[in-house]
Ligand binder design. Structure first.
Ligand SMILES: NC(=O)c1ccc[n+]([C@@H]2O[C@H](COP(=O)([O-])OP(=O)(O)OC[C@H]3O[C@@H](n4cnc5c(N)ncnc54)[C@H](O)[C@@H]3O)[C@@H](O)[C@H]2O)c1
Length: 345
């Protein structure tokens, strides 16, 4: 078991890796009244081990993360006489954690909360860092708060029930964390891919902890994304646009976005073609896509519409090497050149 601290303006968050879900009661503050938010899949699998409390179960998936559905959760809390002494525990993946964190941060101007993080993506990414957001009119995470959960419990054995497609979404973010921080972690991901994909417990736990440390360090230095936290958006500029126009999963979109940002870096000769190929091969070894059969102009148009443009350029996170990210302005004309000749998305 390992604990990692995230420092926040209004309090710290303790992330506990490889703790048994059944021991969550140890982390609940005494004398608080517990309310659980989960989703139907997680409830069906794990409700027997839930601590005793009222439970609100959402329909699984991103569609539930909309502001209009949040009202119903506030009403449920009111009907159950939740007051400022309430403690909200989100048990689920990133969708549940985002919703639980947002509801807890806004109900009665804020009550305490914690997470049992049950998907790989939420263990290494969504539940780390104190961003709690919901969607509105197709804009992801447009309404939200910065507020740290008191604790995040990651029981890696719960990943055994996670569908494979969801698992690889998490690996995409783990690869991103290595690419923006550490050549040695990248190398370990290269070496360990087969064992990680078969969920070898000790190795998976080690990698999750290392990945959380990367994000925890960045967030502790820049909780509000004024500077260094932007590096966590590596692969997301192109990735978000792809996700929007194609509806592919976030992890796959980020994988394609990382390939794209690495390709720009290679074209600018700030990374070698060898490093570019290592990145592409690593993504492939985790079952992640590196090219897609779609007209790149459609993605390009969505991206340029979505992003704030200054002087006809877009801020991209590029790589000056594996583990060495840099924020650079990329001219629209450079992007147009890049997408035209090879016809790759
Ligand atoms: N707040 C942040 O900083 C942050 C960062 C990254 C992503 N996010 C958000 O996270 C969300 C994506 O998270 P996600 O990928 O975990 O999606 P998710 O919460 O929808 O979970 C994916 C699927 O896996 C199921 N599931 C979860 N745990 C399971 C388990 N142990 N066994 C079986 N099934 C399980 C869920 O029911 C769901 O069907 C997005 O909404 C994204 O915006 C937030």
């Amino acid at each position: 078991m390992e604990t990692i601290e995230v420092k926040g303006k209004n309090g710290n968050s303790t992330i506990v890796i490889d703790e048994s879900f059944e021991d969550v009661v140890k982390y609940l503050p005494p004398k608080k009244e517990l309310f659980i938010i989960t989703d139907k899949n997680v409830e069906n699998l794990y409700s027997d081990s839930f601590p005793k409390s009222p439970v609100y179960s959402i329909t699984p998936g991103e569609a539930s993360k909309q502001l209009m559905y949040i009202e119903d959760i506030y009403r449920w809390l009111l009907h159950n006489n939740a007051d400022r002494n309430a403690f909200i525990l989100g048990i689920g993946g990133g969708v549940v954690c985002d919703i639980a964190g947002f509801v807890a941060s806004t109900y009665m101007r804020g009550v305490e909360f914690g997470f049992v993080s049950t998907s790989l993506l939420s263990q290494v990414d969504a539940s780390v860092g104190g961003k709690n957001g919901v969607d509105l009119d197709g804009y992801k995470n447009i309404i939200g708060t910065f507020n740290q959960p008191r604790f995040v419990l990651c029981d890696t054995s719960m990943l055994q029930t996670l569908p494979h497609e969801e698992l690889i979404n998490g690996f995409a973010e783990m690869i991103k964390h290595a690419l923006i921080s550490s050549p040695s972690l990248f190398e370990r991901l290269e070496t360990d891919s087969d064992k990680l994909l078969s969920l070898k417990h000790s190795l998976l736990t080690w990698h999750i902890a290392e990945s959380v440390k990367v994000k925890a360090k960045i967030v502790s230095a820049d909780e509000r994304e004024a500077g260094i936290r932007k590096l966590l958006n590596f692969g997301h500029t192109w990735g978000h646009a792809l996700e929007k126009v194609t509806g592919i999963s976030h992890g796959k979109a980020v994988s394609l976005g990382m390939e794209f940002a690495s390709r720009i870096s290679m074209e600018r000769r700030i990374i070698s073609s060898r490093d570019y190929l290592r990145i592409v091969n690593l993504l492939k070894s985790y079952g992640l896509p590196t090219c897609m059969n779609i007209n790149p102009s459609i993605v390009f148009n969505a991206m340029t519409k979505d992003k704030k443009r200054t002087n006809d350029s877009i801020d991209f996170i590029l790589l000056e090497g594996i583990g060495a990210p840099v924020i650079e302005k990329v001219a629209i004309s450079e992007l147009e050149n890049l997408i035209q000749p090879k016809g790759k998305a």
